[in-house]
Design a protein around this ligand. Structure first.
Ligand code: 8YV
Length: 318
């Protein structure tokens, strides 16, 4: 284990594995030098960096089991080249994150946290809370129509809003309008929900032009990775009022949030809680453990990522 994780993960691993905890080691280098050559599996959380340099120090590494669906801090391409399998935790968090995305959207449009603060501050007896923007009649765009994007879209159908999306390719089995460019999507919608994976391919994708295209009525919601949005450009757009507001569950340098962002009243900021419920985190933890158990009992990984597909057969000597 590289970093502290949900306690149920090390608890479960302790029974079937010899668990070495880098997070508990006083000297990282000495620890890696001592146990690195014996490590065959890693259990990591979404923010732990697993790059070629770390893999060099773990020559017998076979599997990296990630606690989270996003694995942008793991160099999965490099893992694949070395024959190391990477697994993540898809599906078990889809509905939870989609629920949070809808909550964040409504909170941002209707200014729910601001209204709560207004009441607590005792302002209500003086005058009613100011009127807000509305979700009625809005068109909502989704950047990244993967599992979570689809779950958000399904929920939005119930809100009676028009739904459009942008991704690498149109998807045949959905009726939502596809936009081949992100700018085109941003121009066509009032709300842009970011659900695309992080990593080099999406870095800064939502930048100055996209925010300008979203326009002064536009609302940005990000439940994916802070890296997908050019945070400096977003802050500038919010300060200048060239977009209406933003609801953010993720940031460029978590857990640090720029003061300029916290200072704004027309944003709703959450500390990366999309999957953060007891039930869902427990299910994610079980899937991390189940992937490791399946692998080391010779059954292959349960949920390998795209860069390290598993075709079997069961590896020799398992
Ligand atoms: C993280 C997430 O797992 O799944 C993801 O990609 O971002 C979250 O669910 C969570 O932050 C725990 O590290």
């Amino acid at each position: 284990m590289l970093k502290p994780m949900l306690a149920s993960v090390p608890d479960a691993l302790a029974s079937g594995f010899t668990l070495h905890r880098l997070d508990a080691a006083p000297d990282r280098d000495a620890f890696l030098a001592e146990v690195g050559p014996r490590i065959r599996g890693l259990a990591v959380n979404a923010q732990a960096v697993v790059d070629g340099a770390l893999m060099d120090r773990l020559p017998r590494l076979e599997i990296v089991a990630n606690f989270g669906v996003g694995y942008d801090t793991i160099d999965a391409g490099e893992a694949g080249r070395r024959g190391i399998v990477v697994t993540n935790t898809p599906d078990v968090l889809t509905d939870e994150v989609a629920d949070l995305a809808i909550g964040l959207l409504l909170a941002t449009v209707r200014r729910i946290p601001q209204a709560d603060r207004y009441l607590r501050a005792g302002h209500w007896p003086q005058k009613p809370f100011p009127l807000t923007a509305s979700l009625r009649g809005r068109r909502v765009g989704i950047l990244g129509l993967g599992r979570i994007g689809r779950a958000i879209a399904r929920r939005l159908e119930g809100f009676g809003v028009a739904i459009a999306y942008h991704g690498r390719r149109p998807q045949a089995d959905v009726a939502y309008q596809y936009h081949p460019t992100l700018i085109g999507l941003a121009e066509a919608v009032h709300v842009l929900i970011v659900v695309a994976p992080g990593g080099p391919g999406t870095d800064g994708l939502v930048g100055v032009e996209v925010l300008a295209a979203l326009g002064p009525e536009g609302i940005l919601v990000n439940v994916a990775r802070g890296s997908v949005v050019d945070e400096a450009a977003l802050i500038a757009a919010l300060e200048a009022g060239t977009i209406h507001g933003a609801g953010l569950d993720v940031f460029a340098a978590e857990p640090h949030v720029p003061e300029r962002l916290s200072a704004l009243d027309h944003v709703v900021l959450l500390p990366h809680v999309g999957s953060g419920t007891h039930d869902t985190r427990a299910a994610m933890g079980r899937l991390v453990v189940d992937n490791l158990t399946a692998w080391f009992s010779g059954r292959g990984p349960l949920t390998p990522v795209a860069e390290t597909p598993w075709a079997g057969p069961v590896r020799a000597g398992a």
